[in-house]
Design a protein around this ligand. Structure first.
Ligand code: CP
Length: 348
């Protein structure tokens, strides 16, 4: 009896004519085209089919070795990469700073070279320094690097799961109004979401205290040519006004650990002006989605009742994170044909 079709066939069936582009690394969304984003989202739908089976297993990445290399804390991203790899039958090894030779002072380069020498196929890296994944990608020709969040720079897999969640709930991305509110300055999630939504044709507005909006992109000196993907992005420090007739509101975590610079007068002031609440969402379009990448400071950037209410898709974001990461692992490993011996594994 045939239990399952290989997921690469499912992906092709789910998105006829769409083949995932051969991409060795996923470092940010600023080099993804709209078609490429669409291909990842279509393949995510195919991957969700696997997750809905009684036995959540496909042989697609059998024989592949995936390492999660995390120099920063994580729950959602690390666990979902591990689950994604295991569902696709890859071998997954988790490495964290604590307990590895990093504690003895080993450099990032030597850690990467060590993993490459062991035959690792994919490294999903989270690092406090912006650019660490790009650095590894430049120096490890035999490895695919996926950015699982680097410093203040980027979190592309989070952005893709956000895009997928919105598309699956509202049926499209093009033409939607999306508000991203809060500590944009310190948010790698916001930077990648901005690129993703803008490239997909959504109208993005950033809101929050002016001091927490990135001046290099949106200050008085910014210059973006009209055809730049981010040229359409708007700024509105008045959240009540920003959420008028919007389709999606994404609250960002207030990064308390980075607020020593006195970016706003007080937490009470921040909550009063920028907390995403039911009263504010009443100004948005009917059926507007409430999102948050997690982890949340409930009662600060988002009210608890809204975070767990009917319009919240926060848990769906987490669920979709597994399928998105399956699609990305499939894509970066997909440059080589699936070994025939793995295809045999579909027969039982
Ligand atoms: N959204 C996100 O990156 O969560 P984790 O830090 O738990 O991975």
């Amino acid at each position: 009896m045939t239990l399952a079709r290989p997921s690469h066939e499912i992906a092709a069936a789910a998105a006829p004519g769409v083949q995932p582009a051969v991409r060795q690394h996923v470092l940010d969304l600023d080099d993804f085209t709209r078609d490429e984003i669409t291909a990842v989202l279509d393949n995510t739908t195919a991957m969700k089919d696997i997750l809905h089976r009684d036995i959540k297993k496909a042989p697609t990445l059998r024989g592949r070795l995936v390492v999660t290399l995390f120099y920063e804390a994580s729950t959602r991203t690390r666990v979902s990469f591990e689950e994604a790899g295991k569902v696709l039958s890859a071998d997954v090894i988790n490495v964290s700073e604590s307990g590895s030779s990093v504690e003895k002072g080993e450099s990032l380069l030597n850690t990467g070279l060590t993993l490459q020498a062991m035959g690792v196929d994919v490294v999903a890296i989270r690092h406090p320094h912006s650019g660490a994944p790009n650095f590894l990608a430049r120096h490890l020709p035999k490895v695919s690097v996926i950015n699982a969040g680097d410093g203040l720079h980027a979190h592309p897999t989070q952005a893709l799961l956000d895009l997928y969640t919105v598309r699956s709930k509202l049926g499209r991305l093009e033409g939607l109004k999306v508000v991203i509110v809060g500590d944009v300055l310190h948010s790698r999630v916001a930077r990648s979401a901005l690129w993703g939504f803008a490239t997909a044709g959504s109208q993005v507005t950033l809101s929050g205290p002016a001091t927490l909006l990135p001046p290099e992109l949106f200050g008085p000196d910014r210059y973006l040519p009209a055809d730049h993907p981010l040229a359409s992005v708007r700024i509105d420090t008045d959240l009540d006004r920003a959420v008028e007739s919007t389709d999606v509101v994404m609250a960002l975590r207030l990064q308390n650990e980075r607020q020593a610079g006195g970016f706003f007068p007080s937490l009470r002031e921040y909550i009063r002006r920028w907390q995403v609440t039911e009263a504010r969402m009443a100004r948005a379009n009917p059926g507007a989605l409430v999102m948050h990448p997690g982890p949340m400071n409930e009662g600060i950037e988002i009210s608890s009742s809204l975070a767990h209410g009917d319009t919240s898709v926060i848990e769906e974001q987490v669920t979709n994170g597994v399928a998105v990461r399956m699609a990305l692992l499939y894509q970066v490993c997909g440059a080589a044909p699936i070994p025939a011996s793995s295809r045999d594994g579909d027969k039982a």
